[in-house]
Design a protein around this ligand. Structure first.
Ligand SMILES: [Zn+2]
Length: 201
């Protein structure tokens, strides 16, 4: 983050999709950084599936013997769609098909809307997340179906490309997906994410 001038000393919200290590494993170090180098003068709000505060607290305790900075949580149903109105933005969560607690999100920041699937296999809620958003961020782990708990490039091109959203950004990319993407005939509104990517209206 420092490399991209995203060195942070304060965080209002951390929004978590599910509890796999490649998605939450860096959080304890981030919390420690905020404690040692930051200006965190109020608790971080964790937004995530039921159990998120316990999970992050336990992980931080295991890594560093403390949770480093104060945290509070807004814990969302893993079975139903939930909706929250916060001071700076609104957020709606949707159960996904990956781990039992997996959630995708649709968020509205001023006039910019962003949908994110997190890790998931194809399911009907994905279309609700994508509907009419400026940026639809989709995990894309495989070229074709290897597991029913991840999205494939084939599904993105055959199904999601026709959804009613302005831009699709693929993340959680395997090398296979990157090379297949480069040789495929991909619509202009679909792109690959990269480290340090910034999105603007
Ligand atoms: Zn995962």
């Amino acid at each position: 983050m420092k490399k991209f001038n995203l060195a942070i000393d304060y965080i209002d919200y951390l929004i978590i999709t599910h509890f796999h290590g490649d998605h939450i494993g860096g959080i304890p170090s981030l919390l420690l950084h905020l404690k040692d180098c930051g200006k965190q003068n109020k608790p971080i709000q964790l937004i995530g599936p039921v159990g998120v505060l316990n999970t992050i607290t336990n992980l931080s305790n295991m890594f560093f013997g403390s949770r480093a900075v104060d945290m509070e949580s807004i814990e969302l149903s893993i079975n139903d769609i939930s909706e929250l109105e916060l001071d700076d933005f609104s957020i709606k969560s949707y159960p996904m098909r990956h781990k039992p607690e997996s959630l995708g999100y649709k968020m509205l920041f001023g006039d910019i809307s962003i949908g994110i699937t997190g890790d998931t296999g194809y399911n009907e809620n994905i279309k609700l997340i994508a509907d009419n958003v400026d940026y639809f961020i989709v995990e894309c782990s495989f070229k074709e179906e290897i597991s029913s708990s991840h999205i494939t490039l084939k599904e993105v091109l055959e199904i999601f490309a026709h959804y009613n959203c302005k831009n699709i950004i693929l993340n959680h990319l395997s090398n296979d997906v990157i090379s297949e993407f480069k040789k495929s005939d991909v619509p202009n509104h679909i792109s690959l994410s990269y480290d340090g990517m910034k999105i603007e209206k």
